[in-house]
Design a protein around this ligand. Structure first.
Ligand code: SF4
Length: 372
């Protein structure tokens, strides 16, 4: 299903989209980051609006982790533009809107939906249309656009409030995507949800190389701390696996490192490892390609050539990656799945055929990666 970016942007930040003439007060500062209160009228964005197959919740707009490949920057830009159009900005926010590159504003001005738990409680009142859809099997995914356990959550606890609201209802299906060990703070409320609903956590780990992680995801928690968090959540009896995505061609796709990653997370109790090669939509590309020029200049031309034609890595590369992860997941006993953005129904049956076949000897090496 395709996502309509304009719709996603408006539902990520509905209060600004409607323009009610209110300013966005600063409610906190942390080093070079400013937090702005941005009350929301709705927090649960439905499949028909976002184009995704589930309901999504994002407590924050903007993210301090600053990953080089982040695709959510466009939503923040939209929020800034709407704030400017509706004269919601104070002098400093207006100055940074004018002068700061949008990719940096995404990391430095975080909008906090402080009232999200109360709004969600009202939305999920028993018997409401949304409540019915959710107990009939629709899923809620928290953190589809920005990390719900980014540093802001330590202070504002919006994600925790949302989880507490969800814990009041049985028979839900809830998933959370994060890179942060801060999720372990909420094991108590996660356990309450887990007792009477389906809950799964998706912890993103793109590399176990600490130095490389620091370059690629400069302000995100270390890979080791994420793996420790994984073990703690699993010990609490909660389903947790790893999203090894995106895999960055030529950067985080070293086969022995990927194998070590799968081995370690499996040993820590991960129930699944999902993977996907880097996709570069237009706003992510605006940040990522100059970053490659600066950090990995030897790869710049390959990236330009590959992603100039398509949002996706080459087909051979994706296929090699998929087989590689499939083999690893079988070897270490975790459930595996690779997202293929171009997959159609036929491809799905190809995948099941492939699972039944012996995997070819690995051709997943630098040579294969060269054409991307
Ligand atoms: S953690 Fe997610 S939302 Fe935050 S910067 Fe990284 S990719 Fe973007």
């Amino acid at each position: 299903m395709r996502t309509n970016p304009a719709l996603v942007q408006s539902v990520l930040f509905p209060e600004l989209a409607k323009g009610n003439g209110r300013m966005l007060p600063v409610i906190g500062e942390q080093k070079d980051i400013r937090y702005h209160s941005a009350p929301a009228k709705s927090v649960l964005n439905g499949p028909e609006v976002t184009g995704m197959g589930y309901w999504s919740v994002n407590p924050y707009v903007g993210c301090a982790f600053g990953c080089s490949y982040c695709y959510a920057r466009y939503a923040h830009r939209y929020a800034m533009e709407r704030a400017a159009a509706n004269e919601h900005m104070d002098v400093e926010l207006a100055r940074d809107f004018a002068e700061m590159p949008p990719w940096l504003a995404f990391e430095r001005h975080i909008f906090v939906k402080e009232n999200a738990p109360q709004v969600l409680r009202k939305t999920l009142r028993h018997g409401s249309e949304k409540h019915r859809a959710l107990i009939e099997g629709d899923s809620i995914v928290i953190g589809t656009a920005t990390d719900p356990y980014q540093p802001a959550e330590r202070k504002f606890r919006v994600t925790r409030g949302i989880l507490e609201a969800l814990a009041e209802h049985p028979d839900l299906s809830v998933a959370i995507i994060t890179k942060s060990p801060l999720i372990t703070r909420d094991i108590d409320v996660l356990s309450r949800i887990n007792r009477h609903s389906r809950l799964s956590i998706h912890l993103t780990i793109t590399t176990i190389d600490r130095e490389l992680a620091r370059r690629v995801e400069p302000r995100a928690p270390t890979p080791e701390s994420r793996i420790r968090a994984l073990a703690r959540v699993r010990e609490a009896g909660i389903d947790i696996g790893v999203n090894c995505m995106p895999v960055l061609p030529g950067i985080t796709d070293n086969p022995s490192q990927l194998e070590e990653l799968v081995k370690r997370v499996a040993a820590a109790g991960a129930t699944h490892v999902y993977s996907c090669a880097l996709r570069l939509q237009s706003t992510a590309r605006k940040r990522y390609l100059p970053w490659i020029e600066q950090e990995f200049p030897h790869l710049a031309e390959r990236y330009r050539n590959t992603y100039a034609r398509d949002h996706n890595a080459g087909e051979k590369y994706r296929e090699g990656l998929r087989k590689f992860f499939d083999r690893l997941c079988r070897k270490y006993g975790v459930r595996g799945w690779s997202y293929d953005p171009t997959a159609d129904e036929d491809a799905e049956s190809d995948a099941s055929d492939m699972l039944a076949q012996p995997v070819q000897p690995a051709r997943f090496d630098e040579q294969l990666l060269l054409p991307l």
